[in-house]
Ligand binder design. Structure first.
Ligand code: HEM
Ligand SMILES: *[C@@H]1O[C@H](CO)[C@@H](O)[C@H](O)[C@H]1NC(C)=O
Ligand SMILES: *[C@@H]1O[C@H](CO)[C@@H](O)[C@H](O)[C@H]1NC(C)=O
Ligand SMILES: *[C@@H]1O[C@H](CO)[C@@H](O)[C@H](O)[C@H]1NC(C)=O
Length: 340
């Protein structure tokens, strides 16, 4: 109780908050000054508070880990890292309603909403939902034995969330390295960053429908009845395992582990899998079959430390994409709705 009151006093320094907001408003948009210390005076315990909520949620369900990590990626790639993906829509026309949301698991949204509720108790109106998502994405990786890094803070929440903004911005599971690299390059992320970030597929699930084309309709043209073969780049034992989990007429409900070797550990097994024909999607396997990305895959498969270093760097870069400042953003009170 005493501690809570003390915290409130420290956080409730509204003069400091106003001063910060003024400084932010004076910066030209696109020149966000992100810093790990951003909330040092206005909400000093924010990271511990978020971590406690994330830890509790991960204990309830492991899906929290992949769901939160993927939510961050999708948020940053559409309109920038501004929590636009979290906006709930009235008419199914917000980002999260786009067909490309490809079944973002609800546990990622829930993690941010719960963490925001706790943070608001300590420092009302100070911490953005975009920053809470960035902290939570960092925490879930560390909590599944992955690396830990200093997360940069100071993003504002965006004022726009449209389903129409999603098309063409997110990578698809049937894409080749050239097209994938082009999508990442739009955000100044290199092929190396892309290979490292794809290592996120070391945790989490995919619905059968995202890859059954490789099992049953490889080489088929469109929806036609053409070829009925297995993608030859799949390992035969892995093919049998996937066919068993995902029969040809499987509905949209069944999902499989994306890393069948160590599904709940954030490790470098994903890259070893690729070298053995166990990349789940065409986009995963392509990272090994294409000479532009294979050296990085080999390197990360051989040395987990190097994967972790590259992943940390790439996550920090991802977190800088399209950050909002000044009049382009706000600190949302409710992460699922714009302030007015
Ligand atoms: C390189 C291009 C990428 C493609 C084509 C891709 C595609 C996909 C697809 C199709 C799924 C399965 C969704 C489902 O069926 O529910 C998936 C899951 C996932 N992706 Fe990616 N992804 C890519 C990059 C990334 C990046 C950069 C991250 C994060 C840094 C990421 C994190 C995840 C996670 C954690 C899951 C599991 C989600 C869950 O279990 O709820 N992906 N991805
Ligand atoms: C994703 O989009 C589909 C329709 O494209 C929608 O039915 C579903 O509710 C959306 N998922 C989330 C988590 O918003
Ligand atoms: C990418 O980098 C270039 C040059 O370093 C810079 O001018 C540009 O603003 C950056 N773009 C983004 C989206 O960060
Ligand atoms: C892995 O890479 C790191 C950093 O480059 C290096 O210090 C370490 O010795 C490597 N480990 C092995 C087993 O090669």
């Amino acid at each position: 109780m005493q501690k809570a009151m003390e915290r409130r006093r420290r956080c409730g320094n509204s003069l400091a908050a106003v001063a910060l907001a003024l400084v932010a408003a004076m910066l030209p948009s696109g020149e966000a000054k992100l810093s790990p210390d951003y909330y040092r005076s206005t909400c000093p315990d924010v990271e511990a508070t978020v971590r406690a909520v994330v830890a509790k949620k991960v204990k309830e369900t492991f899906v929290t880990v992949p769901a939160t990590l993927r939510l961050f990626f999708h948020d940053c790639f559409v309109e920038g890292c501004d929590a636009s993906v979290i906006i709930a829509s009235r008419d199914n026309d917000a980002e999260k309603d786009a067909p490309d949301n490809v079944s973002l698991a609800g546990d990622g949204f829930d993690t941010v909403v719960r963490a925001k509720a706790e943070v608001e108790k300590e420092c009302p109106g100070v911490v953005s939902c975009a920053d809470i998502l960035a902290i939570a994405a960092r925490d879930v990786v560390a909590m599944s034995s992955g690396p830990h890094w200093d997360v940069e803070l100071g993003r504002l929440d965006g004022l726009v969330s449209k389903a129409g903004s999603v098309a063409g911005r997110l990578p698809g599971p049937d894409m080749r390295v050239g097209d994938l690299a082009a999508l990442f390059a739009r955000h100044n992320l290199t092929t190396l960053d892309m290979v490292a970030l794809s290592g996120a597929h070391t945790v989490g699930f995919s619905h059968c429908t995202r890859f059954t084309g490789r099992l049953y309709r490889h080489g088929a043209v469109g929806d036609g009845d053409g070829a009925r073969t297995v993608d030859p780049s799949y390992d035969p034992a892995y093919t049998r395992q996937l066919m068993e989990a995902c029969p040809p007429d499987v509905g949209a409900t069944i999902a499989v582990d994306m890393d069948p070797v160590t599904p709940t550990a954030f490790d470098n097994a994903y890259y070893g899998n690729l070298a053995r024909g166990m990349g789940l999607f065409t986009s995963d396997q392509a990272l090994y079959s294409d000479g532009a990305s294979r050296p990085a895959v080999r390197d990360f498969a051989e040395n987990q430390t190097r994967f972790f270093e590259a992943f940390k760097d790439a996550m920090v870069k991802l977190g800088r994409v399209g950050v909002k400042t000044g009049r382009d953003g706000e600190i949302r009170r409710d992460c699922t709705a714009f302030n007015k």
